[in-house]
Design a protein around this ligand. Structure first.
Ligand SMILES: O=P(O)(O)OC[C@H]1O[C@H](OP(=O)(O)OP(=O)(O)O)[C@H](O)[C@@H]1O
Length: 227
C-alpha cells in the first residue's frame, strides 16, 4: 500500500469537511454511477484554500523531482477561467513562500474584452515561455485542451498540466483516460495530480471505511485505468 503524503491527507480531510469530496452514490455526466464525487467549487474558505494551494505547490515540486517522468522547469503557471484562476494565484504564492520558486501567473477571460488592453489573456505574458496549466479536474478534457490551444496560440510552450484530482478512469473507448489522452499531446508523465482515485482508496483503507472502500474497488474494477 503506497503511503499518502501529509498534504494529500490534509486535503482529503478538509475537502470532506465541506462536502467538496463525498462518498456515496452519484450519477456522473457520463451516466456512470460513481461511489465518490468531488466539487472543487466548495473549497472556498481560507484554511481549505491554504491546504489546497500548499498541496498544489508540493505536487508541482515533487513532479519536478519525479525520478521516472519529471515535469520540466517552467516560467508561468496558467489557470483557466474560472476556477483555475484563484487556484493558480494561490499556488504561485505558495510556490514562492514555501519553496522559493518565483513564476509568473497568467489566466484567461471567458469573454474577450474589447476595450482597454483588450484580448482574453491576463497577467504574465506566455509568449516564448514554458507554461504549466493548473486546473481543478478534467472530465472530458475539453477545458484543458482549450487552455493548451490558447497558450500555444499566444506563443507559449505547454510543459504540463497539474490538476487537483485524477479520477483515473477509462473513457467510453474503455481503454484510455482523459489524462492519458492529454499526455498524448504533451508527452508521457506530463499530467500530474495532487490526488488520484487510488489515493482515495488508500485513505479509506487507513480509516477502515470498509463499505466505501468496497464500492470504490468495484468501480475501479469496472472503470479504473489498468495500464
Ligand atoms: O474536462 P472538461 O469536460 O472540460 O471538464 C472539466 C472542466 O470543466 C469545469 O470548468 P468550466 O469550464 O465549466 O469552468 P468553471 O471553472 O468556470 O466552472 C471544471 O472546472 C474543469 O475545469
Amino acid at each position: 500500500m503506497s503511503e499518502l503524503k501529509n498534504y494529500q491527507i490534509d486535503l482529503i480531510e478538509q475537502a470532506m469537511s465541506v462536502e467538496a469530496l463525498k462518498f456515496g452514490s452519484f450519477t456522473l455526466k457520463s451516466g456512470r454511477i460513481s461511489p465518490y464525487f468531488f466539487n472543487a467549487g466548495l473549497l472556498s474558505t481560507g484554511n481549505i484554500l491554504s491546504a489546497l494551494a500548499k498541496a498544489f505547490a508540493s505536487t508541482i515540486v515533487a513532479a519536478q523531482a519525479d525520478a521516472e517522468n519529471p515535469i520540466p522547469e517552467f516560467d508561468v503557471l496558467f489557470g483557466p477561467a474560472y476556477k483555475g484562476i484563484p487556484f493558480a494565484a494561490l499556488t504561485v504564492m505558495q510556490l514562492f513562500d514555501q519553496h522559493q520558486i518565483s513564476v509568473g501567473l497568467a489566466y484567461d477571460r471567458k469573454e474577450t474584452k474589447d476595450h482597454g488592453e483588450g484580448g482574453n489573456m491576463v497577467g504574465a505574458s506566455v509568449t516564448g515561455k514554458r507554461v504549466l496549466i493548473l486546473d481543478d479536474v478534467m472530465t472530458a478534457g475539453t477545458a484543458v485542451r482549450a487552455a493548451i490551444e490558447l497558450v500555444r496560440k499566444h506563443g507559449g510552450q505547454v510543459i504540463g498540466v497539474v490538476q487537483c484530482l485524477d479520477r483515473e478512469e477509462v473513457g467510453q473507448d474503455g481503454v484510455s483516460s482523459t489524462a492519458k489522452e492529454v499526455e498524448s499531446i504533451l508527452g508521457k508523465g506530463r499530467v500530474k495530480a495532487i490526488l488520484k482515485m487510488r489515493d482515495l482508496m488508500v485513505w479509506l483503507e487507513k480509516k477502515n471505511m470498509q463499505d466505501q472502500l468496497l464500492q470504490m474497488r468495484e468501480y475501479w474494477d469496472h472503470y479504473g485505468l489498468k495500464q
